[in-house]
Design a protein around this ligand. Sequence first.
Ligand SMILES: Nc1ncnc2c1ncn2[C@@H]1O[C@H](COP(=O)(O)OP(=O)(O)OP(=O)(O)O)[C@@H](O)[C@H]1O
Ligand SMILES: [Mg+2]
Length: 253
Amino acid sequence: MNDTKVAEIKNLVKSYGAKDFQTTVLKGIDMCIYKDDFIAVMGPSGSGKTTLLNILSTIDKPTRGMVMLDGKDVSQISNKELAKLRKDKIGFIFQDYNLLDTMTLQDNIALPLALDGVPSKQILERIKNLAAVFDLSEQLRKYPYQLSGGQKQRGAVCRALITNPEIIFADEPTGALDSKAGKDLLHCLRRVNDSGQATILMVTHDPLCASYAKDVYLLSDGAMRCRISRGNDRKEFYNKIIDLQASIGGDFL
Ligand SMILES: Nc1ncnc2c1ncn2[C@@H]1O[C@H](COP(=O)(O)OP(=O)(O)OP(=O)(O)O)[C@@H](O)[C@H]1O
Ligand SMILES: [Mg+2]
């Protein structure tokens, strides 16, 4: 295991609502993410998976506790530094792709670098390489409405990777895909992680999706209940995850 910390949360608390009607979704969570980790956070619907991911990825703020990214306490840095951290170090993958309909796939993937003023020749080279890995070379000139769900989501992964982020945050990345497209995407994410290109934190309620990660954390009732690790056999890991779900008796859908 690589012992470089990419992200860390300490005693993270998140509550919603006004004083008298407050619900506390995350009740003091500690977690450390190291370089080359591929973590799946699982938990029942409403357990706070998206909330946790949004706080870790700086989209949302905690009520209490500390979030460290790239060695920096994100509450202590300026907005400018935070924007730079988001741009350079973080990649996002959303359940519903978030591609822009008025742009071709190629332009969608290029966007983060184009906004940053990177020369177009350099961008094209990067896109060509990524498209080959994600089996999208023939799709680059198409608009999102001309692509399948799986192609759109793999395109969204390319867009997340184009800046060479340190960490990728993915919220239910296979949630809108059929099982074949979902597996293709997960194989791609595994390859990206295995090759040391990016650390990945993904949230999912799907045991199959989670079985592609190296470690699974279980979130329930506002706390991290346990962590299990993959070993060599993914199918065995899948069975372990199913047993874990059964043991907490929760309905994950
Ligand atoms: N902006 C908000 N205001 C009030 N409550 C919220 C807000 N966002 C989330 N919640 C509540 O916090 C809890 C956790 O929500 P969250 O979206 O993190 O769950 P989740 O584990 O991602 O669920 P799912 O698997 O259904 O996506 C839910 O009870 C939800 O209603
Ligand atoms: Mg969610």
